[in-house]
Design a protein around this ligand. Sequence first.
Ligand code: NAG
Ligand code: NAG
Ligand code: NAG
Length: 315
Amino acid sequence: MGLKKLGLRRYCVLALVIVAAVTWISCFMKSEAPSSDTTTFSAAAGSMPDQTLDYFLKKGTLKDHNAADIQWYHAANSRDKITEALQDSTQMIEADVLLRGRDPKEPIMAHPPDNDSDITLQDWLKMVANSDKGIKLDFKSLEAVVESMALLDKVRDQLKGPVWINADILPGPGGTATPLDAQAFLQAVAMKADGDMLSLGWTTGWSPNTDNPGYSWEMVQQMEALCKNLTQPVTFPVRAALLPQSFVQFQWLLQQTDRYTLTIWTGQSDVLNVEDLLPYRQNFSKARIYYDLLENQISKFKSLPGYTISQLEQS
Ligand SMILES: *[C@@H]1O[C@H](CO)[C@@H](O)[C@H](O)[C@H]1NC(C)=O
Ligand SMILES: *[C@@H]1O[C@H](CO)[C@@H](O)[C@H](O)[C@H]1NC(C)=O
Ligand SMILES: CC(=O)N[C@H]1CO[C@H](CO)[C@@H](O)[C@@H]1O
């Protein structure tokens, strides 16, 4: 009996030592591992939520999970503009990528109808790599995508902030431009862009003094079919002036998965009543709607009494 008890006690002590050692080692390993949530966006198995807000919260340029407080710099398509963008208070820098119209045909920062630029994507990325801002690259044609993703890959380790990859891949309300081929674009981008935000939109149009149609059920369902198997977070850039007549469609779309968010943008000359955006502010988590509006529009929107009424604080 005495011997047996002693044996049992020994086993218990041994077990305790092993548990303690394993605990200590795993703690040690955790503290040694790079803090994956701040520096990299490496894909874990399965799908990834949007980490844009978390990144800026940690950096201290955002107070809470309010996507409306993310500020944008637009069309940083020249050396002067990207220099200015890197110095101002915005968190995200948006720029357009296309293939230069003359030789050497390489990805440059320009918006059609321009076909040349004083800065290539390669040099632009080098400048951004020294900062901690996020970027949104807008592709207007398929031909620049593969080479651009390869360039992005080369600086991937140095980029600190979120990377958004944007293109219109489906025809939308009033859209006359030809969208990029959806399958080809996703194939070129989704394999490369593990933890990037895919920003996938519809071509659109808007005319004054007429009833502009909104986004149809078919449009949002087509988009969901394209996006449901992706692992990346997806934001849908949607045109503000067409949103009042599309509420139920986007409510449905956002309900499909919490990987989805909206980014509300506006055409420069669109007539927009920011009051009409309140249903979006009030009925979805404020973490799920980004607002890429004109400065006077966003400040007016934020001063509306209904702006702070939010039914859902979290998704
Ligand atoms: C590029 O734009 C310039 C100026 O608009 C035009 O003259 C030229 O033909 C264009 N080049 C190409 C290859 O499209
Ligand atoms: C998504 O995955 C399902 C099941 O594996 C498959 O049947 C479907 O074709 C896929 N859709 C797309 C757009 O790849
Ligand atoms: C369309 C819709 O559901 N609108 C609702 C959004 O939230 C506000 C305020 O909570 C409600 O009054 C609306 O009916």
